[in-house]
Design a protein around this ligand. Structure first.
Ligand SMILES: Cc1ncc(C[n+]2csc(CCOP(=O)(O)OP(=O)(O)O)c2C)c(N)n1
Length: 803
């Protein structure tokens, strides 16, 4: 079958002389960038290097098949591809190697990622989208092996939606009739990861335009491919995915990494098939090499045999390319030598320019610091010590910002007892520098544009006495119905979301009403459900990915943590993926359906919004806020809340719930209980019981854990009550510890506390089954009553005698 398709594209892939020489120029340019890059690391000018040598030829071929609007999701070997596309200059390549923090010098990550992590910028500075169909696009790389695969699926899936969902036809900045191909690259060893198989299976089911090129150099660092892959060959192992005349599946192609004509042919074939017919393609590129070994961390002579090392030299793709060019009569050896010399000179020139620009910025700060320290020393009683610090700094070879800042801080520490007039200049300079460094190293964890959740309009829910009482799930159903009607970019998908409208029926009837391209079922694959959402969101859509139960978020949390939560930060605002992940948890039944692993979530998802609505009215308002913003979010609905009655707001779909603003559910004066989610009802019940014996609880629902109480409302409450308890259903030291830390660190409450702040949490083990299991595992009304009473007893044992 592959043969027929290859014949069809023969015409398109006819090799031209100028094309060949252009490809040779990129291949050899990239090779010299790798060779010089390694030297820079060994000279101490960069910390670590990982390069694309040995993989050049396939990448120039891939670049030929790649079109505007297409997306790449790949890994650290792809420099040649990025250069050949014109999306990476050699100077930018070296700027990343040095960790240049200027986004103009290093547009992929502004120095935040180690070298070989590629990305194009999808956003203008103000956070608005660029026209993605007018540019070549690369998703922002991450280091975990195979983690590019789930979002690759989503990037390809977006084309499917753009082609089939008629409501998206006006979004011409994102797609031209779904013609865009998502191109993935992955090392042969990394195909052993579960997410690789999960992504491939999903792509085969969904029939999305995804081309996966496996760069096979026979090893994964030191481990040979026989240890990685069944039959030692990923294309052999995956033959069952091959489509047939009657069954849909993958097209599987094999090609040698040194065979230029075959590579051009194979990539053209793969691209055409994926683009026109939305057939996924696996392109196994074998017999690649790694001339300098895996990375600067070690040498491959340690684990490759002499024969293998010799083979790699003899079959080096650039050597073979030269032979091909000469034997085909496209150029002579002398002409190629000349081309190579030119390319090498250009790499050196751009490398030096990158270094001078990187180093030049630091040099300015370095000189300023030295001048200021010396000037300050002249006025100071600590003159000798200060001059010594300046001298030490001066002697540093290739000084970096850390050397400068660390010295200045030592100086300011020495100057602590000196008058303002002596240290002010240095201190002011340091303060300004720290602002710049904050922007260089610590900014953009969250959106800094007008699409940030902080800027969303707050519109209260309109509920009157006449508002009907309905099941919680119907509130959500009304919200989703409204949003599907009014926001064509919005779609929802997950296990059982489509036909039955999710296991709790918040989408019941909505697939029938709005169509199969808006409300969809997926197979059971949490990791790629997240990736599918990330990829679609990277292409301008507003996906809502459902994880059926919070306990199963673990399967998807790696993608959320490594990819989604870091996206804005690691591109310094160059890309966004406003994915909403919807799930449900906290309390129901047993070990895998009652979890509330908030500590895990809070530690791993900084960079995302985390909402914990206490009921479905709040949840719908939060979704409305999130859909106005461009921030990725996790919303955890209460598993036991879908059948509880709530009043249906009149302005459904329009009202919003602000992020980071707690709500006081009950006012009180003796003690503040800070909580969220299902625990709100328990704490309110406890408050009612305690009120009967004269203890007045103030109950605060934090509503969102990230961001957390941005206006300091909890601190204000503690100023009034002087006592506080943090309560949730996580293990001890999980979500409650986080809430306590946030309040103690940021709200200056210590002076107002009359009692030790305390926590109420679940047991450390997973919850036992059934109602009794729940009672003895999770916090109960009695637990809250007794804990609060104990605190009051300690304040006033006479009034509140021992229980
Ligand atoms: C999840 C994960 N595990 C381990 C690593 C460390 N690591 C980086 S590259 C690599 C080998 C990858 O080999 P392969 O996929 O064949 O790609 P190659 O480097 O040979 O191109 C390993 C183990 C990692 N980055 N991520």
């Amino acid at each position: 079958m592959a043969g027929n398709i290859q014949d069809q594209v023969q015409q398109a892939a006819t090799i031209q002389r100028n094309q060949v020489l252009e490809d040779f120029r990129w291949a050899i340019t990239s090779r010299h960038a790798s060779l010089m890059g390694r030297k820079e690391v060994f000279m101490g000018k960069a910390k670590f290097g990982i390069f694309g040598d040995g993989k050049e030829l396939a990448q120039v071929a891939m670049a030929r098949a790649f079109q505007k609007g297409d997306f790449r999701a790949g890994y650290y070997r792809d420099q040649t591809f990025m250069m050949a596309l014109g999306e990476l200059t050699v100077q930018q390549y070296f700027a990343q190697l040095y960790a240049h923090t200027n986004v103009l010098a290093e547009p992929a990550s502004a120095g935040r990622l180690m070298n070989g992590h590629f990305a194009t910028r999808s956003l203008n500075e103000d956070g608005t989208w660029k026209n993605l169909t007018a540019q070549y696009n690369s998703a922002a790389d991450i280091s975990p092996t195979a983690a590019q695969m789930p979002k690759l699926l989503g990037l390809a899936f977006a084309s499917k939606l753009y082609r089939n969902n008629k409501g998206l036809k006006d979004l011409t900045d994102f797609s031209v009739h779904g013609n865009e191909v998502a191109w993935g690259t992955i090392g042969n060893a990394s195909t052993s990861e579960g997410m690789f198989f999960e992504s491939l299976n999903a792509a085969g089911v969904l029939q999305v335009p995804m081309v996966v090129a496996v760069w096979d150099d026979g090893f994964g660092i030191s481990v040979p491919k026989e240890f990685h892959t069944t039959k030692g060959s990923i294309s052999e192992a995956l033959l069952g995915l091959q489509r047939t005349d009657t069954l849909k599946g993958f097209e599987i192609l094999r090609v040698k990494g040194w065979d230029y004509e075959a590579l051009v042919q194979a990539f053209a074939t793969a691209g055409q098939l994926a683009r026109e017919e939305h057939v996924p393609v696996l392109l196994h590129v074998e017999e690649m090499t790694q001339p300098q070994g895996h990375s600067t961390s070690g040498s491959h002579e340690r684990y490759k045999t002499q024969e293998r090392l010799k083979w790699e030299k003899d079959w080096d793709c650039i050597l073979k390319f030269r032979e091909y060019i000469i034997s085909s009569g496209f150029a002579t050896a002398d002409q190629l030598d000349e081309l190579e010399a030119e390319a090498k000179g250009e790499v050196k020139r751009q490398k030096d320019a990158a270094w001078n620009e990187f180093n030049g910025e630091i040099k300015v700060e370095f000189e300023q610091a030295l001048d200021l320290i010396r000037a300050t020393a002249e006025k100071s009683t600590r003159k000798i010590a200060l001059l010594q610090l300046a001298d030490d700094l001066k002697k540093t070879i290739n000084p970096i910002r850390k050397d400068v800042v660390s010295t200045v801080r030592k100086c300011l520490f020495l100057l602590r007892a000196e008058g303002e007039e002596i240290k002010q200049q240095l201190a002011n300079w340091y303060e300004q520098l720290q602002e710049k460094n904050q922007d260089r190293y610590n900014s953009h964890l969250y959106s800094q544009t007008e699409f940030s959740v902080a800027r969303c309009k707050v519109i209260p829910a309109q509920v009157t006495e006449d508002s009907p009482l309905v099941d919680g799930r119907e509130i959500l159903q009304a919200f989703f119905d409204y949003t599907l009607e009014n926001n064509p970019r919005f779609f929802a998908f997950g296990e059982d979301v489509g036909n039955i409208g999710d296991v709790n029926q918040a989408f019941a009837g909505l697939q029938a009403k709005h169509g199969e391209w808006r409300v969809m079922d997926t197979s059971i694959r949490e990791c790629t459900i997240i990736g599918q959402g990330i990829g679609a969101a990277l292409r301008g859509l507003r996906p809502m990915a459902e994880i059926q139960y919070l306990d199963y978020l673990l399967y998807g949390i790696q993608m959320l943590s490594d990819d989604l939560a870091t996206l804005t930060y690691r591109t310094k605002g160059g890309q966004k993926a406003p994915l909403i992940v919807r799930t449900r948890g906290h309390r129901l039944e047993g070990v895998w359906h009652s979890g509330s692993p908030m500590g895990m979530i809070l530690s791993s998802l900084r960079g995302m919004i985390v909402c914990v609505p206490r009921n479905m009215t709040q949840a719908a308002g939060m979704y409305a806020t999130l859909l106005q913003s461009d921030e990725p979010a996790l919303v955890i609905e209460c598993l036991n809340g879908y059948r509880l009655k709530e009043q249906l707001p009149q302005n459904m779909g329009e009202y919003t719930v602000p992020m980071g603003i707690p709500e006081i559910l009950r006012e009180g004066k003796d003690l503040t209980v800070v909580t969220y989610g299902s625990m709100c009802r328990i704490v309110l019940d406890a408050a009612a019981e305690l009120a009967e014996i004269g203890i007045s609880l103030e109950v605060i629902d934090v509503q969102t854990l990230l961001p957390f109480d941005t206006h300091g409302m909890i601190g204000q409450s503690i100023q009034k009550t002087n006592r506080v308890v943090f309560a949730d259903e996580d293990v001890p030291g999980g979500g409650t510890a986080y809430m306590m830390q946030q309040v103690l660190d940021h709200q200056e409450v210590f002076a107002y506390l009359d009692a030790v702040p305390q926590t109420i949490a679940a047991q450390a083990h997973r919850p036992a089954y059934s109602t009794d299991g729940d009672y003895f595992s999770k916090p109960s009304v009695e637990d809250v009553v007794e804990k609060v009473y104990q605190i009051m007893h300690e304040s006033n044992p006479k009034k509140y005698p021992t229980l």
